[in-house]
Design a protein around this ligand. Structure first.
Ligand code: TXA
Ligand code: MG
Length: 344
């Protein structure tokens, strides 16, 4: 299959291209598109057969449900039941934006989307191209991140093409994603409400609307085999480049001392801007200042992919504090490493 590329520079001038991309989705094909978080791989969510193709193409386990993308909160009641008032309060404050809500589902949502669960995840992305595309499709768009399952999520159209070229009908190129890590997922289907996945909307921000809100235990530690994982996607190794990621904790002098003794051809480093001068290797990338979590989130997946292109075997990564958006960055790094940590 040839993958058609729709480059959108100006949403009005390029409207025809978006109409074409929407037409492909309406006909049951898969088209990747930009959101403010990461690129999504879109299918018409009301077409079970189209949704099944997402799982095939990504190599995604069938028990891992998808997020419904809708253009505004008025669509919530078409697909969700028993919507608590807090859902509307959150939508008013954070939509369009990087927040996904898990709510009880209506039977209008095909089983393929929810992997048979009684709940459905819904979000309204903060991206003009995504919103226009969904409206043109005229139905909710089911979209996981547009990568091969397990790989770092795509934050540019080039990343999507690298993973999925020839396997999907189209890619809408709307430039680089601003947030860079996936949306925050909050479960509102049962009390107490809980954060299943940290993302662009922070726990601090959520608690301004919900009061204190807990974090699912899988966010910062490996789920135990016996535990039922609330967001099924979080139990798999995830976000991982081909190289082995290892988190490098401890003081920068010692950390650099440790890495500088290793083979420079096969070792990559992901560090903070101010740490660059300490490392002597060949493949050293920085992803923002130590306390600039937004910059780190935006660059994280791109840097992991860029280090992979250098064919390093191991990537030693410096991890931010777990506050604000730093929580999402640490969570993705932990999952990418399969919880491998070196403490110097
Ligand atoms: O930012 C994002 O959320 C991106 C963009 C494309 O919108 N999408 C995304 O989708 O990250 P995906 O499929 O890569 O991750 C969705 C996560 C998975 O961990 C899945 O298990 C969880 O959401 N999820 C989906 N439906 C759920 C449900 N009903 N209950 C609990 N978790 C759910
Ligand atoms: Mg994903």
């Amino acid at each position: 299959m040839e993958t058609e590329l729709f480059v959108i520079n100006d949403i009005e001038k390029d409207h025809d291209k978006l109409e074409r991309a929407a037409g492909l989705i309406k006909n049951g094909s898969l088209v990747a598109f930009p959101t403010e978080t990461v690129y999504g791989l879109g299918a018409n969510a009301l077409d079970g057969q189209a949704v099944r193709r997402i799982f095939d193409v990504k190599g995604r386990p069938m028990d891992n449900p998808l997020i419904l993308h809708i253009p505004d909160m008025l669509w919530l009641k078409r697909y969700c039941l028993d919507i608590p008032p807090e859902a509307y309060k959150l939508a008013e404050r954070f939509w369009p934006g990087p927040l996904t809500m898990v709510l009880k589902r209506k039977s209008t949502v095909p089983d393929e989307v929810t992997a048979g669960l009684h709940t459905v995840a819904v979000r309204c992305p903060n991206h003009k191209v995504a919103l226009r595309l969904i409206r043109l499709v005229g139905a909710p768009v089911a979209a996981p991140s547009a990568n091969i399952s397990g790989r770092p999520s795509p934050t540019k159209a080039g990343h999507v093409l690298y993973d999925l070229s020839g396997k999907i009908a189209g890619v809408v190129d709307g430039g680089s994603c601003m947030v860079g890590v996936e949306s925050t997922i909050v479960d509102l289907s049962a009390k107490p409400y809980k954060i299943l996945r940290p993302g662009g909307v922070t726990p601090e921000q959520l608690s301004e609307v919900l009061g204190p809100v807990g974090l699912d235990s899988g966010v910062l530690q490996a789920p135990k085999d016996s535990e039922t994982v609330k967001a099924p996607g979080m139990k798999y190794r995830h976000y991982a480049p081909k190289a082995q990621v290892i988190l490098l904790m401890g003081d920068i002098e010692k950390a650099a001392g440790f890495v500088n003794r290793l083979d420079r051809e096969t070792t990559g480093v992901l560090c903070f801007d101010e740490e660059i001068p300490h490392f002597k290797g060949k493949y050293i990338l920085s992803y923002g200042k130590r306390d600039d979590y937004a910059a780190q989130a935006q660059k994280l997946f791109h840097c992991l992919r860029a280090l992979d292109e250098k064919r390093v075997k191991t990537i030693y990564a410096r991890c931010p504090e777990s506050s604000g958006v730093g929580l999402a960055v640490s969570n993705r790094l932990l999952k990418a490493s399969g919880y491998q940590i070196v403490e110097v």
